[in-house]
Design a protein around this ligand. Structure first.
Ligand SMILES: N[C@@H](CCC(=O)N[C@@H](CS)C(=O)NCC(=O)O)C(=O)O
Length: 229
């Protein structure tokens, strides 16, 4: 029985959620059979028993699991014979650092560069909700949040310095091969790739080369999602 992944969907079937990409890459890494259920922002409350307010959520047989980190832990525990997402116990703790770094530093920097572009690509039914909730969070219009992004792009590049230095020394955050820490970071960059034409990383940046490698992983599951034009 295939695992079901409730996956955020925008216009033209775009799947841009950074957190859902973590889960999708984790499922692909484990080589598990899964299908995605495209879910709009304003449909999340209708998943299964109605107790969810965020995606990703997966249904693995009778088990419903929410939250990308909890999903990775679940997959690691339920499918120990499949390739590991953490490498070892220490690897899991280090992945937690990467999660906090990406959520506290990287994603907040990215959202201010692309939030209006994301809005332009959410489904019509979600537009009011998206604008209201995000403008409430920022205390200004989406247009004002995103404006001046050319000048703010360099700050993101500086924030990514530790990742850039690491990727000059090894092909993946996990070392020779990818681990969940790679997927956490990949999700943060796949989100603007799918939802915005704005280029965040220069082509000659080692991070760009790593991102291309990630797009090709597991049969190219990441690359199969078209980039925004
Ligand atoms: N801690 C959660 C965060 C998930 C999350 O924030 N998902 C966003 C989509 S990227 C969401 O569902 N947002 C619903 C909303 O904004 O109403 C995880 O790691 O899965």
């Amino acid at each position: 029985l295939a695992i079901i992944l409730y996956d955020l969907v925008g216009a033209d079937d775009r799947r841009f959620s950074p957190f859902c990409w973590r889960a999708r890459m984790a499922l692909a890494h484990k080589g598990l059979d899964f299908e995605t259920r495209p879910t709009r922002f304003t449909e999340i409350g209708r998943i299964a028993d109605g107790s969810q307010n965020r995606v990703p959520v997966i249904e693995d047989g009778a088990q419903m699991v929410a939250d990308s980190w909890t999903i990775a832990e679940h997959l690691e525990t339920a499918y120990p014979q499949r390739p590991s997402l953490f490498g070892d116990t220490g690897g899991k703790h280090l992945a937690r650092f990467v999660k906090h770094w990406v959520e506290a530093i990287v994603q907040p920097a990215i959202i201010t560069l692309v939030v209006k572009d994301v809005y332009d690509r959410v489904l019509p039914e979600d537009k009011d909700y998206f604008r209201r909730s995000r403008e409430g969070r920022f205390g200004k219009s989406l247009e004002d949040v995103q404006s001046g992004r050319d000048e703010r792009r360099a700050a993101l590049s500086r924030a990514l310095t530790p990742l850039r230095l690491l990727l000059q020394e090894q092909p993946f955050i996990g070392g020779e091969g990818p681990l969940f820490a790679d997927y956490i970071t990949f999700g943060a960059l796949q989100w603007p790739r799918v939802a915005s034409p704005f280029r965040l990383v220069n082509d000659d940046d080692p991070i760009a080369a790593w991102f291309e490698r990630c797009l090709d992983l597991h049969g190219g599951v990441g690359r199969a999602m078209p980039a925004a034009a």
